[in-house]
Design a protein around this ligand. Sequence first.
Ligand code: PLP
Length: 409
Amino acid sequence: MTETSALGPAVAGSTRSALSHLECSSTGERHEADTLHTISRAGRPLLARYDLDRAAHTLTFDRLASRRADMWRYAEVMPVRDVQHVVSLAEGMTPLLAVPRLGAELGLRHLWIKDEGRNPTGTFKARGLSAAMSRASELGASAVALPTAGNAGAAAAAYAARAGLPCHVAMPRDAPQAVQGEVRSYGAELTLIDGLIHDAGAWIAQGCSKHGWLDLATLREPYRLEGKKTMGYELWEQFAARAVGVALPDVIVYPTGGGTGLIGMWKAFAELIEMGKIEARLPRMISVQPCGCAPVVRAYEAGQNRAEPWENAHTVAPGIRVPRVFADDLVLAAIYESGGRAVAVSDEAIVEAMHRLSRLEGLDPAPEGAATLAALDLLVQQGHVDRDEHVVLFDCGTGLKHPELRPAS
Ligand SMILES: Cc1ncc(COP(=O)(O)O)c(C=O)c1O
């Protein structure tokens, strides 16, 4: 069997996953990996751990060259054991685009955009939900459920359809119409909540305890993180392929709601170091939130390790309207450990950045993705980014879901 024929397994059926156990992110307590879990016994996120010595032997650039062109190419450090349980729509391996016109305007020589809008369902939520749905299917879940700002609901509904699993989605009533329509199209049951994502979370938690649905809320199950971490593995591979002289970017700018991607990439870099694939010089992780909902920024500015809930959250970027960040400690740890920062941007700056990315580079970003450009503007003005540094902005979704934010004329 060649590496391209499946996930690169030596034995038919096996993915070659080196998953060993789950670990409580707070206490370090071990949990067995091959039964369904949500949070740890201490009530905190569970992190998937791997036999990285073993994984390092086969997770090489040579082998990767002949593997499938999606996030499942990193099979050794993915949690699914059997190929038949991989629930995939070809997510990941999104382009890393150089944006020289935008770079020139900002005075930066090496500016890149990771275009996550190319993913199935139009956002990087596809990565997390592909991984979570695969594991839910492998471990025998009978139905899944999640609260969402919108995009994760669309992705969950699509992957549940692909897996043949019933799916229950709850989102704020004012979530984008486009996303509500997607969830219904994929056949999931949609409940609209008069409130925000945490109110939807309370509704879903009740349904889970009443009906036995598996709760796939952000970081309340271990595997969405594993899907999102592949963005870090892709940067490692894509930077190597471009031979730009650095193994990873100097700066990563990431729009932060629940923080799964930020925590996930930080986890990926730690795994790569442990496998001996990269040196300890890591990107500064910049967390971006809207001024109308910035609990992580407020905690960062006060030097705190936990973030208080944000009152009266509002923004044009629904994916980053997350007033209560469940894994706040992990988000803040990634920012502090990396020497990064947290930056708040106004809605006006977000909309202006959307239009600027389209006019200058032909991209059609989600407002959440455009928020990273608005933040970069501030970082450059304040001298936090050097003109010779390699900077990656995460454009996490397509602008097609937001017709209301198009230029009026
Ligand atoms: C388009 C978009 N960008 C960013 C985010 C925030 O992602 P994360 O949960 O990884 O912080 C979301 C979450 O809903 C989103 O939909």
